[in-house]
Write a protein that binds this ligand. Structure first.
Ligand code: ZN
Length: 346
């Protein structure tokens, strides 16, 4: 039995002992968890008990954005050793599936993803994980930053899908954690500037701390007008939809330049429509993003290089004993909070 933060059912968390597999297979490593980020999906399972078809039917350990230290390695593991500081990719596909063979293991129907029912997450002191999905952190990348690699990898997936050309102008709709991560990834990928829109002035102020990110408060001015003005009526090369709001699709092709790209990241809760004719008239390319594949090492490289600084996005860190408090705070969705983290080791 080990201690863990357990979602018993919708609205009920407890920090208690639970039986979790601790056996290290030949291709696995065991990690002493140091830091875990609180993700919007964890909070949604807590407040709603489900995300789409994923329903919490039995107690489930939360947490999937994690970093820690290797404390045991399986017999076949060559790339990692005891004492290595690492971050972990939370989705493990079936290694012989068609999706995995194609390199798109993020859309493998059999993927087992931490804290997605019925798979337990990692808000617990020790976790066993395949070495192939465990990534070494350079010395200049902290555990806190290591635990930010997972959400940043979503932004990198979006920037990769966008096929950015150096000097592109981008728009990100939605200034939540993923929106900000996407804006940073777009800049790292070569965008000259990124406009980010939201209704929340505090969120926009946080994004606006970064050189190259230009906040647009849509309670003051229509995004369409701002982008028209800033691009001489041409439109943005790439538009990233990161709000998940159905309303974001109203007139969205007005801000995409002819031949430009729309990347869909935010997942609307309801079936959502957009104007197909408006997309066709501009011959817009539309891409979608589901989690990430083959981006964790790139994320670590960018953080280690100093090109991407995620530290300003860590709003507060809670001790493991205060995990429930961290989730209650996250559930409030305070506008100044970007990322809350839980630290399991002192
Ligand atoms: Zn996450």
């Amino acid at each position: 039995m080990v201690q863990a933060l357990v979602l018993e059912k919708k609205g009920e968390l407890s920090l208690r002992d639970i039986d979790l597999p601790q056996e290290v297979g030949p291709d696995d490593v065991k990690i002493a968890i140091d830091t875990v980020g609180v993700c919007g999906s964890d909070v949604h399972y807590y407040t709603h008990g489900a995300i789409g078809s994923f329903v919490v039917r039995e107690p489930m350990v939360l947490g999937h954005e994690a970093a820690g230290t290797i404390i045991a390695v399986g017999a076949n593991v060559k790339n990692l050793k005891v004492g290595d500081r690492v971050c972990m990719e939370p989705g493990v596909p079936n290694m012989s599936s068609r999706a995995t063979k194609l390199g798109i293991y993020n859309v493998d129907p059999d993927v087992r993803f931490w804290a997605t029912p019925p798979i337990h997450g990692v808000l617990t002191p020790e976790v066993v994980h395949p070495a192939a999905f465990t990534y070494k952190l350079p010395n200049n990348v902290s555990f806190a930053e290591g635990a930010m690699v997972e959400p940043f990898a979503v932004g990198l997936q979006a920037a990769t899908r966008a096929r950015i050309t150096p000097g592109d102008v981008a728009v990100v709709i939605g200034c939540g954690p993923i929106g900000i991560m996407t804006a940073l990834a777009a800049l790292a990928g070569g965008c000259a500037r990124v406009y980010i829109s939201d209704l929340s002035a505090p969120k926009l102020a946080i994004a606006g701390q970064y050189a190259g990110i230009h906040p647009v408060n849509i309670t003051e001015r229509a995004l369409k007008d701002v982008i028209a003005e800033e691009t001489e009526g041409w439109g943005a090369d790439v538009v990233f939809e990161a709000s998940g709001s159905p309303r974001a699709y109203d007139g969205i092709f007005d801000i995409v330049r002819p031949g430009g790209t729309l990347v869909l990241i935010g997942m609307p809760v309801e079936p959502t429509r957009f104007d197909v004719a408006a997309a066709i008239i501009k011959e817009a390319r539309i891409e979608t993003v589901f989690r990430y594949a083959n981006n964790f090492d790139r994320a670590v490289n960018l953080i280690a290089s100093g090109k991407v600084d995620l530290k300003p996005l860590i709003s507060e860190t809670f001790d493991f004993a205060r995990s429930i408090e961290a989730f209650d705070r996250a559930a409030k969705g305070l506008p100044d909070d970007v990322k809350l983290q839980i630290k399991l080791r002192g």
